[in-house]
Design a protein around this ligand. Structure first.
Ligand SMILES: [Zn+2]
Length: 314
């Protein structure tokens, strides 16, 4: 992704209390107050998002090493993602294409898991699994490429087996990263390809919302307001975060960031990018697993799952 404006970020207040929150009729979840007294642990959702599980998926992705588009490790990760999705109750499809990049033709493949609903409407949650190409370096992108992969795999596990209102698509984009310097034509190859494919086949018209996640595993989590994103969708997600007691992690400051949501936004789909860009190891070899925490993945995944639920019942 690419920032078009550098914004300032306020320090995060500590979260000292979470409050019981009734979400929708029949749906409530575990909450704690103060030092962590468990008040209630019940939910009508089939499965709660597990940050620990998302972290394990992230570890598995990172274990393949640097995963730039077109590399053997990228293809091995695709095989891993498919193998995990095929264990779930969902329809798995692929969107292979050849990208014209400054370094020539590069084969890329998006992977799409569909959890079918009945309303005719659709929601997409997306993120990228490729890592930026840095020849001669060992850039494993634990947060940048890894965290989104891990979160999406866990989200898919949670969505599996629950009857859905809307079709929910979980999309793993290839080719988010620029092959050279970030530009309109050298970036977001996978999302650009799928946006036009979905425009052509009519899927785009059915999309109520697209939520993209990127770099959301940082131990010091602070999801910024991405200023290109659709305001109403951003508010829905921020309200869900606030109601779940996670207000401190969803900032009230922001900036413009180019990311995989942009091709859909440009084609009229309400779209939102969830990204924490205050991350020193960004595009450095120090973007490793020790910079991440399962708790951050848990917070973002839980908020995304709740947001899907709210969007389905809008
Ligand atoms: Zn990147």
């Amino acid at each position: 992704m690419f920032r078009t404006k550098v914004g300032m970020r306020a320090p995060l207040p500590a979260v000292t209390a979470r409050f019981l929150h009734w979400m929708l009729p029949g749906c409530y979840r575990a909450v704690t107050i103060g030092s962590g007294v468990l008040l209630l642990a019940a939910t009508a959702h089939a499965a709660d998002f597990s940050g620990a599980s998302a972290f394990k998926y992230t570890q598995a992705a990172v274990a393949f090493g640097p995963r730039p588009s077109g590399s053997a490790a990228n293809r091995q990760l695709q095989t891993y993602i498919r193998s995990q999705l095929r264990m779930l109750k969902c329809e798995v499809t692929e969107d292979p294409f050849v990208a014209k990049t400054p370094k020539g033709d590069v084969p890329m493949t998006n992977i799409i898991a569909k959890f079918p609903g009945k309303s005719g409407h659709a929601i997409a949650v997306t993120g990228h699994f490729d890592t930026k190409l840095f020849p001669g370096r060992k850039f494993v992108g634990a947060n940048d490429g890894g965290s989104s992969t891990g979160l999406l795999l866990e989200l898919a596990r949670d969505l599996s087996g629950t009857p859905r209102v809307d079709d929910v698509y979980v999309v793993f984009f290839d080719g988010e990263e620029a092959v050279g310097e970030w530009s309109e034509t050298d970036s977001v190859y996978g999302s650009r390809h799928l946006a036009y494919k979905w425009k052509a086949d009519g899927t785009l018209k059915r999309l109520k919302a697209l939520i993209n996640v990127d770099m959301i595993g940082d131990k010091s989590l602070g999801v910024l307001i991405e200023e290109n994103s659709t305001v109403s969708l951003r508010k829905l997600v921020w309200n869900a975060a606030s109601d779940l007691g996670y207000k401190a992690y969803f900032l009230d400051t922001g900036e413009k960031v180019d990311d995989d949501h942009m091709p859909f936004l440009k084609l009229g789909v309400p779209s939102l990018d969830l990204i924490d860009f205050d991350y020193d190891p960004w595009h450095k070899d120090s973007d490793t697993l020790d910079k991440l925490s399962p708790k951050s993945l848990d917070i973002v995944g839980t908020v995304v799952l709740e947001s899907i639920h709210r969007l389905e019942h809008q």
